[in-house]
Design a protein around this ligand. Structure first.
Ligand code: IPD
Ligand code: CA
Ligand code: CA
Length: 284
């Protein structure tokens, strides 16, 4: 099947996204992200409704919902044949990553948004046939836009991110980790993580997976390890980290499945294998 967004090679089938199309999609996505960020900043000037989803800690606000609706509406109007997978359910019921899929977290770090009014981000990943092409993560209050384009590098406000320390040692590493590792965990043995916490130089917890990914890409932290994230939490971050020279896998080192939940280690490659083999142990 010929598709107007894709190059076609008679022998290999569908290959990379057409460069012009990729540039056009990136500029369009960037414009929408900046516009949505502006609306979110304005929304903080007045009260907004906060609800809970699965439990009392799982927050959603009307701003999360409006932001996702904004993206879903714009995408469907401009690119009717693209699919949208969004956290708040205003996109499509996506069952496969065939074609072009926008994977969107309208606000990643909603608890920070509600409690701190900062340290949250918009995350948009654009995939073609399951392969990440464009990732954008916008730290709305800091006005910092991180992005990655397949085979073209990762950038923060236009400046390339390519400075991961290739000689990083675990004992000098800063690792993003959250407090759930201090309580018993169903799938992984937390005592391995406790040993890792003792080994590394320091740990941090920022409350936004998207921001923790870009901090890995920027080298502010050397790894981020978490137990269960959804596709919208990671779609853009995976691309940005990869383009900055980093690596993302499930916590046991296996590949990601972008339409399901994953445990995550996103990391400077210099310490990835050591963390997995020495410190991440499945529950017996
Ligand atoms: C959450 C944040 C948080 C992570 C949670 C996510 P949300 O996303 O990324 O840092 O620990 O697992 O669900 O709900 O704020 O979009
Ligand atoms: Ca999220
Ligand atoms: Ca969210």
């Amino acid at each position: 099947m010929f598709h107007k967004d894709r190059n076609y090679d008679m022998n290999k089938g569908v290959v990379d996204m057409d460069q012009e199309k990729k540039n056009q999609l990136f500029h369009q996505a960037k414009q929408w992200v900046m516009e949505a960020g502006d609306d979110i900043r304005k929304s903080l000037k007045k009260p907004f409704k906060v609800d809970t989803k699965r439990d009392r800690k799982d927050l959603v606000t009307e701003v999360d919902q409006q932001t996702e609706k904004f993206f879903a509406h714009k995408i469907k109007k401009t690119y009717p044949h693209h699919q949208v997978l969004g956290e708040e359910g205003f996109g499509d019921k996506v069952e496969s990553l065939d074609g072009i899929v926008w994977i969107i977290d309208p606000i990643d770090g909603t608890m920070n948004f509600v409690h701190q009014q900062r340290n949250f981000a918009i995350s948009v990943g654009i995939y073609q046939d399951g392969i990440g092409q464009i990732g954008l993560i916008y730290d709305v209050m800091a006005d910092e836009l991180y992005y990655g384009l397949k085979d073209e590098g990762a950038y923060k406000n236009g400046k390339q991110l390519d400075r991961l320390n290739q000689n990083r040692k675990l004992e000098e590493a800063m690792v993003g980790i959250n407090s759930f590792w201090s309580v018993p965990n169903r799938r992984l043995d937390e005592t391995g993580i406790h040993q890792l916490i003792r080994k590394v130089r320091g740990t941090r917890s920022y409350g936004s997976a998207a921001l923790e990914f870009v901090y890995v890409a920027e080298g502010l932290i050397d790894a981020y390890i978490t137990m269960r994230l959804s596709p919208w939490d990671i779609a853009a971050g995976v691309i940005i980290v990869h383009e900055a020279g980093g690596i993302t896998t499930q916590a046991d080192g296996s590949p990601l499945n972008m339409i399901s939940h994953n445990s995550i280690i996103t990391c400077n490659p210099a310490i990835h294998q050591e963390i997995i083999t020495q410190y991440i142990k499945p529950k017996q």
